[in-house]
Design a protein around this ligand. Structure first.
Ligand code: ATP
Length: 214
């Protein structure tokens, strides 16, 4: 079916909608209004309605949205029927936590392979994921893995990222504080946890939220 291209801002919210709708469906909910959903996802209902309008005529006045229909749309759009394989580079504290967490519970995304330099870690497994030596990264056949999570120390980030790109990776979730310089067609999403936390504290101190109940 031909489908209108979804704006990037909307696309960014799809995984959140998907997760919340999955929970609602599991708890037996069959339909939901944009205002109810707005309460749960903390996104205003006008935005939700605008987002959902890109998916076609899924909502009806006075009825709301059909949860299963939305879910099946999102499952298709987010490619949830197909397993997306991911590799993780740098099995330190954060890398280990992400491997233990893995993502399969909520999404059809799985870290299938990890790399590290540490001889004590290489050859071991965390959950179902085996850890390989980073020197093998350039020569291993990882053509079926186009996404990588980067949790190496800052000083290793740029060169590891370049090796990843040479091997065919085109999406990197970068947990290091380094701003990577990579070709323009490589998508890098940057998550600097220290900055996120500092920003939260700054906002709490400088822009306290009003108590809406009062
Ligand atoms: P740990 O306490 O296990 O060392 P950490 O998160 O504090 O964890 P970091 O120094 O940030 O340690 O390193 C993260 C992981 O990245 C470590 O397991 C380290 O062995 C690994 N590592 C370091 N350099 C590289 C590299 N060039 N390629 C792949 N992995 C690397």
């Amino acid at each position: 079916m031909a489908q209108e291209k979804i704006p990037q801002a909307t696309a960014k919210r799809l995984p959140l909608y998907y997760r919340v709708l999955q929970h609602l469906s599991e708890s037996g909910k069959q339909r939901i209004s944009s205002s109810e959903l707005s309460e749960v996802v903390k996104i205003d209902s006008a935005t939700i309605r605008r987002d959902f309008s890109h998916f076609g005529a899924l909502g009806k006045k006075g009825y709301g949205y059909h949860v299963e229909r939305l879910l099946s749309f999102l499952r298709n759009t987010l490619n949830q029927d197909e397993l997306t394989k991911v590799m993780l580079i740098g099995v330190g504290n954060l890398g280990t936590a992400l491997l233990n967490y893995n993502f399969l519970k909520n999404n059809n995304i799985k870290i299938v392979k990890a790399y590290d330099t540490n001889a004590h870690k290489v050859g071991t497994m965390i959950g179902e994921t085996s850890i390989h030596h980073i020197d093998q990264l350039a020569t291993d056949d990882n053509h079926d893995i186009s996404v990588a999570i980067l949790t190496v120390p800052a000083e290793a980030a740029q060169s590891v990222a370049e090796t990843l790109v040479s091997g065919g990776v085109n999406g990197i979730l970068n947990f290091t504080p380094v701003r990577l310089s990579l070709p323009k067609d490589i998508r890098v999403h940057h998550i600097d946890l220290a900055v996120e936390l500092q920003t939260l504290v700054y906002f709490l101190n400088n822009f306290p939220l009003k108590n809406q109940g009062g």
